[in-house]
Design a binder for this molecule. Structure first.
Ligand code: MG
Length: 309
């Protein structure tokens, strides 16, 4: 990565409306190149090897032209964190106006999980429900959950391993979507998904950018859902760009997570369940981190850049 690009680095801290993934502030790093801003925001605990893919995506966004786009707006799902307070959940639901599907985080406690799904169903009877267990379940736990949950659109990464997903698939007709099993793989092109999953989750940063994410979809020949990794509007917009670059998109995408942030560098409003792919200059007012955190990110970027050489 050249010094000129690194010199554009901004590191900001975005406050969140409620706790998600155990955090209340989301730190992200942004770099600017001839083609605009790129986001580098692996979660703080991620190792450099994994984070390097995120950097490849940021560099691609800043330094290469956008792909051909097939639509100007992308339909999104609402994202429901693994919370249990009905009033809080109700408030979150209303922050996703007009969406036609909700992705509910599950996997911590079966009773709470089913109650959470039922509450969302009650609040939004017309909406489709998909759930994401982040690989937390055994095959037996997944089967048990599916028995209790009623009709869902698909289940995202119910178990951690391909072997378990394949076993689960032999026991259920519910569609299964692969997420971690792909983006955490040392080589996602080498993963054999046959008989294990029906759909793929593509996240632009973890998969190393638009070009690589598209190549993965082509390689595995499965329908895709595009989602975000809790990013600023810059990262979300790059995810929207990936989503719009597919000629066929049969699912609502998980790109509405900006609604979980109390402050962002730009507003990408959900209108009638859709977000527009846009061009904007980020507004950093009051968001910059302290020098110590800036240095931490700067060093992290330099280490990851070494790995990309
Ligand atoms: Mg997931």
């Amino acid at each position: 990565m050249d010094q000129q690009l690194l010199d554009t680095l901004r590191v900001i801290a975005l406050p969140m409306k409620s706790k998600f993934r155990g955090i209340t502030v989301r730190e992200v790093a942004l770099i600017k190149g001839p083609y605009g801003w790129g986001e580098f925001s692996p979660f703080l605990e991620y190792e450099d090897e994994e984070s390097a893919h995120w950097l490849a995506s940021a560099v691609e966004a800043a330094t290469t032209p956008r792909p051909q786009l097939f639509r100007t707006v992308v339909p999104v799902n609402g994202t429901i964190p693994a919370l249990n307070d009905p009033a809080q959940l109700q408030e979150i639901v209303t922050s996703f106006p007009g969406v036609k599907s909700f992705k509910v985080k599950v996997g911590e406690n079966l009773v709470d999980d089913v109650a959470r799904v039922n509450l969302i169903r009650q609040l939004q009877p017309e909406a489709k429900i998909r759930v994401d267990a982040n690989g937390l379940w055994s095959v037996e736990q997944a089967v048990e959950f599916l028995k209790l949950v009623g009709e869902i659109e698909y289940i995202e990464q119910p178990c951690a391993t391909i072997k378990e997903l394949r076993e689960l698939k032999s026991k259920t007709t519910v569609k299964i979507l692969a997420d971690e099993v792909l983006r955490k793989a040392s080589d996602p092109f080498e993963v054999n998904l046959a008989g294990a999953v029906d759909y793929l989750m593509l996240k632009v940063q973890p998969l190393g950018g638009i070009k690589r994410a598209r190549a993965l979809a082509e390689h595995h020949k499965l329908p895709v859902v595009i989602s975000s990794a809790l990013e600023s509007a810059v990262g979300i917009n790059y995810g929207l760009t990936l989503a719009a670059s597919f000629e066929e998109m049969r699912f609502d995408c998980g790109l509405g997570t900006g609604s979980l942030l109390a402050k962002d560098v730009a507003q990408l409003p959900i209108v009638d369940g859709e977000i527009e792919v846009s061009e904007f200059e980020p507004n950093f007012d009051g968001l910059d981190v302290a020098t110590e955190r800036f240095e931490w990110w700067n060093n992290r970027i330099m280490r990851c850049a070494e790995l990309l050489k």
